[in-house]
Design a protein around this ligand. Structure first.
Ligand SMILES: Nc1nc2c(ncn2[C@@H]2O[C@H](COP(=O)(O)OP(=O)(O)OP(=O)(O)O)[C@@H](O)[C@H]2O)c(=O)[nH]1
Ligand SMILES: [Mg+2]
Length: 455
């Protein structure tokens, strides 16, 4: 995989994870794997990992003293927290439930590539982050910081950039004093140094800046709200799901649009809306938007609220999940939680177990048994694309009824109207006029009949 063009070249990272009592080995493994992918998406080369089973995160520096030294071995730091709040001076033995880790010892220091970044699979308090930075001499990023940095790099539109900037300032404001001892203007992966650095501003200024950005964002949101209302009559389908599930691939397949598809996390940040192709009557709009991930930073969800309005205000949610990912059930849960948190619980949902082309027949059969209401599909299969299109069209035609209309030749306006607002199943001509077999809502049929009677 090539590094993203904006990433500093060849920065190396080491992962730090604690396996807490509630987490199974598989969950722990999949969470670290995801963190590694997030790191790669940022252009980092993940060279190692340090993990520990603990009853809880160590309050001072996440892991115990021994593990901290192992971590510092990767980064070239001292492995000890020099000075800090009282909690930093606690001895390791006081932390309940620490068990020795059975993993093989790390390779000798001379043969190891040095890492300049530590990615931590947990939310860190500002002092934990500072302690880890002091002990490792490396830049320390927790999950939220990594996700924010990816969003910052992938944001394209003015709206997405404003949303990310607000979330980023809100995240870094309480952390700037705590981590401000080292100067890495412009050099940091987490984005503290880039552009208008949070370090340069005090907290009050940050609050002012956030207020200013919110105001600007509100202006843009009013416009997009207007845009949504203007197309309000047309039924809309929102593609939602975990990041990298294949939403944009389905967007391309269903609408023929050239949206970005990448084997990257958070490739899409901006909402795209296009008509379903071949067109249905009336037209059906499909929207593709930002993906979800576990532990999505709160500030980010809050600032992407208007982007996520598409998911709240649609008539049908198509929830896409990567069925070839062993952790897909957990991803479905996360998607459900985020949808609930933004209030998108009313729209009917269609579940697509995607990427089934990667599965063997046996696994497919098992999934079909376990998920009887889901569609097992591949965005790469033309027949599957036709299937989903039909299901979407059928969803909107549920309340539709079939009828026959005879339109005298003097009233061809009604024929045009029928083609615009109903699905025309058959058309023939005889001495009385144009004979149409149509499917439409009772309201549309009523309107067409009224037009015929009026003349
Ligand atoms: N084999 C296979 N790969 C797929 C399928 N659908 C998508 N992919 C691949 O999965 C990766 C992610 O696809 P995207 O469509 O960008 O996923 P997304 O859900 O839009 O991801 P984000 O925008 O990053 O949240 C790409 O490499 C796609 O080519 C599928 O049905 N089969
Ligand atoms: Mg996408």
């Amino acid at each position: 995989m090539s590094a993203s063009p904006t990433a500093p070249p060849r920065s190396r990272a080491v992962l730090l994870g604690v396996q807490l009592p509630g987490a199974s080995d598989a969950e722990h493994e999949s969470s670290l794997g995801e963190l590694a992918r997030l790191g790669k998406t940022l252009g980092l080369e993940v060279v190692g990992r340090v993990t520990q089973r603990r009853a809880r995160l160590a309050p001072a520096a996440v892991v115990g003293e021994g593990k901290l030294r192992e971590l510092a071995d990767w980064t070239g730091g001292t492995g000890v927290v020099p000075i800090g709040p009282p909690s930093a001076r606690r001895r390791d033995g006081e932390d309940a439930g620490e068990a020795p880790d059975a993993e093989a010892p790390a390779p000798a220091a001379e043969t190891k590539p040095r890492a300049s970044v530590v990615l931590v699979d947990h939310e860190l308090s500002p002092s934990q982050a500072r302690n880890l930075e002091r002990a490792t001499g490396a830049e320390v990023l927790d999950r939220s910081a990594v996700i924010l940095a990816i969003f910052q790099r992938h944001a394209r539109s003015r709206e997405a950039r404003l949303q990310v900037e607000i979330a980023r300032l809100a995240y870094w404001a309480p952390r700037m004093r705590e981590t401000g001892g080292r100067d890495r203007q412009g050099g940091g992966i987490g984005g503290r140094g880039a552009g208008e650095s949070a370090l340069e501003l005090d907290r009050r200024k940050i609050r002012d800046r956030i207020a200013e950005l919110r105001l600007e964002l509100a202006g843009i949101e009013r416009e997009s709200g207007t845009r949504r209302r203007r197309r309000g009559e047309l039924p809309t389908v929102a593609l939602v799901g975990y990041t990298n599930a294949g939403k944009s691939s389905w967007m391309r397949a269903l609408t023929g649009s050239g949206v970005r598809v990448e084997d990257k996390l958070f490739a899409t940040l901006d909402t795209t809306v296009r008509a379903l192709q071949p067109e249905a009557t009336p037209r059906i709009l499909i929207s593709d938007t930002v993906g979800f991930i576990k532990k999505l930073p709160h500030d980010l969800v809050a600032s992407f609220r208007s982007t996520l309005d598409e998911a709240r205000e649609c008539e049908l949610l198509v929830q896409v999940v990567d069925a070839s990912d062993p952790a897909f059930a957990a991803q479905l849960e996360v998607t459900g939680e985020v949808l609930a948190s933004i209030g998108a619980t009313e729209s009917p949902r269609l579940l697509v177990l995607n990427k089934v082309d990667r599965l063997d027949a046996e696994t497919r059969a098992r999934l079909a048994r376990d998920w009887p209401d889901a569609l097992l599909l591949s965005a790469r299969d033309a027949a599957d694309v036709a299937t989903l299109r039909e299901r979407i069209v059928a969803h909107f035609e549920r309340g539709h009824v079939e009828a026959e209309l005879v339109v005298p030749y003097a009233q061809q306006r009604v024929v045009a109207e029928a083609f615009a607002s109903a699905r025309v199943l058959a058309e023939s001509h005889d001495e009385r006029g144009t004979r149409l077999r149509v499917r439409a809502t009772p309201e549309v049929l009523g309107r067409l009949r009224e037009m015929l009677e009026r003349s």
